[in-house]
Design a protein around this ligand. Structure first.
Ligand SMILES: *Cc1c(COP(=O)(O)O)cnc(C)c1O
Length: 354
């Protein structure tokens, strides 16, 4: 017996590549191509003059950001939990709420981090296969379970279901916690946020990483009933009280206060998404009806892996999952209009020659 037999072993999540080179078109991790709200850069410059404050711990209850989030989402302050990115919110929620002998349920094709947390925390789980059209089969989530995770819109498929559809699952599961991961909801999904006043077992999770262009800042939000949020905070305060650093608290608030800029960027991305879908169809691609900032596309003849490698040689990084059922597809983040025009041109050149 060595110490290694007592190690909590886990196969970690594999994040998308963050290449060191700078002159590439990066469409592989669903980052926003536009800068964060201008107020954030101004606040960063101003913070330099107050940098001596960094000797002090940040607020453990992050009350100023919580207040701004409550105002933004029209919620009570005790309905809001803030984490270091939504990954932190989700990991804390898995640890807090999924403590049953019955399995937690989530789709076979979804955010692959869920399975990693379930394994890490020894949570039993079952992956329910999506149907042929990559849709979640509602009936799979109506039986006995230890919790449910629904990503809506789903990733990497980009497909969104209605609030009513998700509510059917919630209504049938009053004895377990239902997490609705809405990382992409701002790009065209229908949020389940209005349901948190109706059901005390629903946690809706949002992130500043995608629609707010702040992946580098690391801020995520969990929203639910007062009771649910209290349980999350109890676990958080049992691991690390000071999760969000001082400047981040201020920058996140400033992002919330520029609704105009936020809407403008989201609208630009949605317009570019529509344009790109049309162009890719002309080149022989088929794809799902994405309500996110990425496309899930496959070419009718040319294998996805070949296109993935081709694009890389041209300095365009997209995501390719070498996994069953989805290995014919590319997940392509919607970048700027210019970036997408380059992508379409490169693919057009290659496909017309071959
Ligand atoms: C990007 C993403 C997250 C994590 O985002 P953070 O940067 O940790 O906020 C969570 N869920 C889904 C489905 C995502 O795509």
């Amino acid at each position: 017996m060595s110490w290694e037999s007592n190690v909590r072993k886990v196969v970690p999540y594999v994040p998308g590549e963050q290449p060191k080179v700078t002159n590439i078109i990066k469409l592989n991790t669903n980052e926003n191509p536009y800068p964060p709200a201008p107020g954030v850069a101004e606040a960063m410059k101003a913070y330099v003059k107050r940098s001596e404050e960094l000797r002090l711990y940040p607020s453990p209850t992050v009350e100023n950001l919580v207040k701004d989030l409550a105002e933004y989402y029209k919620l009570q302050e005790d309905q809001i939990f803030v984490g270091v990115g939504s990954d932190d919110v989700l990991a804390t929620a898995f640890l807090t709420f999924f403590n049953s002998k019955s399995p937690v349920l989530f789709p076979d094709i979804t955010y692959s981090f869920y399975e990693v947390w379930a394994q890490l925390y020894d949570i039993p789980y079952v992956k329910k296969p999506l149907n042929e059209d990559f849709r979640i089969i509602k009936e799979d989530y109506l039986g006995v379970n230890g919790g449910i995770v629904i990503t809506n819109p789903n990733a990497p498929t980009g497909i969104a279901e209605s609030r009513e559809w998700v509510e059917d699952i919630i209504r049938a599961n009053k004895d377990s916690v239902v997490i609705v991961d809405e990382a992409y909801v701002d790009f065209g999904g229908e949020s389940c946020l209005p349901l948190i006043d109706k059901y005390d077992n629903v946690l809706v999770v949002h992130t500043f990483s995608k629609s707010r262009s702040l992946a580098g800042l690391r801020v995520g939000v969990g929203m639910g009933s007062k009771k649910l949020i209290q349980y999350l905070n109890d676990v958080k305060f049992s691991i690390n009280s000071y999760t969000i650093n001082r400047p981040t608290l201020e920058y996140a608030s400033l992002s919330l206060k520029d609704e105009n800029y936020f809407r403008t960027c989201v609208d630009k991305i949605c317009a570019t998404r529509a344009w790109t879908m049309e162009e890719l169809r002309k080149l022989g691609f088929v794809m799902t009806d994405s309500k996110t900032n990425f496309l899930f596309a496959k070419h009718k003849e040319v294998p996805a892996e070949e296109l993935f490698e081709l694009l890389k040689t041209k300095g365009i990084y997209v995501r390719y999952f070498k996994a069953p059922r989805i290995n014919e597809y590319l997940r392509i983040t919607v970048g700027t209009q210019n970036e997408m025009e380059t992508l379409v041109n490169v693919l057009g050149d290659y496909l017309c020659k071959s």
